[in-house]
Design a protein around this ligand. Structure first.
Ligand code: ADP
Ligand code: ASP
Ligand code: MG
Length: 424
């Protein structure tokens, strides 16, 4: 007997038939004698609709800012998961399974006060464990918790993955299964590159890079939690027949295992390619080349909660003036330009130029640590396709390259085949 947390994403619970299908997956594990807790997302498209309602509230005459209180945003957008948790509990009960739905505030899943992007601080798993012992299946609404202000708080988009891993850690589950609309983690987004291969195992660190560099199959925070708490996490498909052979395999269920690096015997140099759309580049021209300039630029941007990513600074020719280029999400570019112009005198630059609609393509692999020439192959492959590189950043296990938006898919496919990742 094992203790398993099963999480089902938006497309897996998109309508009543799909919810019924999810209930069959749960039933398979319950019938095998396992202790089960389930986490659900909202029906696919629902959270977008709810966010749209919040953002499109007609504005008061004379105001142009989209104003809303983050606590009320949370009250609205968390509702999608309330619906699916109740519906799945009903579907399970109709199959004779003792099931009960739980909202984040009922358990409670305690979070910090960052409404809209809250972090889970604590989950008391004792009650779920006790109920599991009594044969009850907890169906928990993902994406939500209870803030210190005693109000509902949501965990950021894709946050149900994090709810699931956090609950798995809290109840000391043997496994956390993330059921989605693909049957595992692929070498790149299979929707962009049909030749992408499913990976049997991915190391936590690589998955963390893939997720933070754009592979939205898992929320970044969920991978961090899995890594810290050593949760054995599988990414697998809810779209397969729940009773197909092997689906209930305890040690090797079909899908991709996210695990420690040492569990991966044959480590490739490059594991995957990720991409992130909607990046913008800002260049400050003819900056004074003196100590404190970077602090003067990035301090105010950080205070304005603008996430700066790649930073490139030129060495100045004569020691007096230089250029600085960095990227921010496209949605933040106007806000960033305003912060920079408000601080223009303090920073001391000549002009600020910006370009939106760029894409960051990244090559990820733990094997890069011990191999030379990995970056050079990417540059050569992109050059052969006439793709211009705007900025580059590297770390021990990844190379990120900024390019023009329209080349995104071509660049992903080119790099995928350049590193021999295409399925044969
Ligand atoms: P869910 O609603 O189940 O949480 P998501 O849409 O958040 O599902 O994540 C699954 C999607 O992630 C897939 O449909 C796929 O297009 C995308 N994806 C991006 N990169 C990868 C990758 N490397 N491997 C698998 N899926 C990926
Ligand atoms: N429903 C939320 C979202 O769409 C959370 C999730 O699906 O993980 O972002
Ligand atoms: Mg998701």
């Amino acid at each position: 007997m094992a203790r398993i947390v099963m999480k089902f994403g938006g497309t897996s619970v998109a309508d009543l038939n799909r919810i019924h299908n999810v209930a069959r997956h749960v039933k398979r594990e319950v019938d095998a004698g396992h202790e089960i807790a389930v986490v659900v997302s909202a029906m696919s498209g629902k959270t977008n609709e709810l966010v749209g309602w919040v953002e499109n509230m007609p504005k008061v005459a004379g105001s142009n800012a989209p104003f809303y209180d983050a606590r009320e945003y949370d009250a609205v957008v968390a509702s999608g998961e309330q619906v699916t948790s109740g519906l799945l509990a009903i579907a399970l009960q109709s199959m004779g399974i003792n099931a009960r739905s739980w909202q984040g505030w009922q358990l409670p899943i305690k979070t910090d006060n960052t409404h809209g992007a809250a972090r889970i601080l604590d989950i008391d798993g004792a009650d779920i464990v006790r109920r599991m012992g009594e044969g009850q299946v907890a169906v928990v609404a993902g994406f939500q918790g209870l803030g210190p202000d005693n109000r509902l708080a949501t965990l950021g988009r894709g946050g149900s993955d994090t709810s699931a891993v956090a609950i798995a850690a809290a109840v000391k589950a043997d496994r956390c299964d993330i059921y989605t609309d693909v049957d595992g983690v692929y070498t790149t987004d299979p929707r962009i590159e049909p030749k992408a291969r499913r990976l049997k195992k991915v190391a936590f660190e690589e998955m963390l890079e893939m997720a933070s560099l754009g592979a939205k199959v898992l929320q970044v925070r969920s991978v961090e939690l899995a890594m810290v708490h050593k949760v054995r996490t599988f990414v697998r498909s809810s779209f397969e027949d729940p009773d197909a052979p092997g689906m209930g395999d305890l040690l090797n269920p079909p899908g991709t295992l996210i695990c420690d690096e040492d569990e991966i015997v044959e480590q490739e140099v490059v594991t995957g390619i990720a991409y992130a759309k909607d990046e913008a580049q800002i260049s400050l021209r003819r900056l004074a080349d003196r100590p404190g300039v970077s602090a003067a630029i990035f301090g105010p941007l950080a205070e304005a909660h603008i996430n700066v990513d790649m930073i490139v600074q030129n060495i100045s020719e004569d020691g007096s003036k230089t250029d600085m280029t960095f990227t921010v999400p496209s949605g933040d570019v106007n806000k960033a330009l305003k912060v920079l112009s408000d601080n223009k005198e303090k920073i001391g630059y000549d002009v600020a130029q910006s370009e939106s609609g760029l894409v960051k393509v990244s090559v990820i692999g733990i094997g890069m640590r011990s191999h030379a020439g990995v970056a050079a192959s990417a540059f050569r492959a992109l050059a052969d396709k006439g793709i211009n590189i705007k900025a580059i950043t590297t770390s021990e296990i990844k190379i990120s390259i900024l390019i023009d938006g329209p080349y995104a898919e071509l660049a992903v496919r080119t790099l995928h085949s350049a590193y021999g990742l295409d399925k044969s």
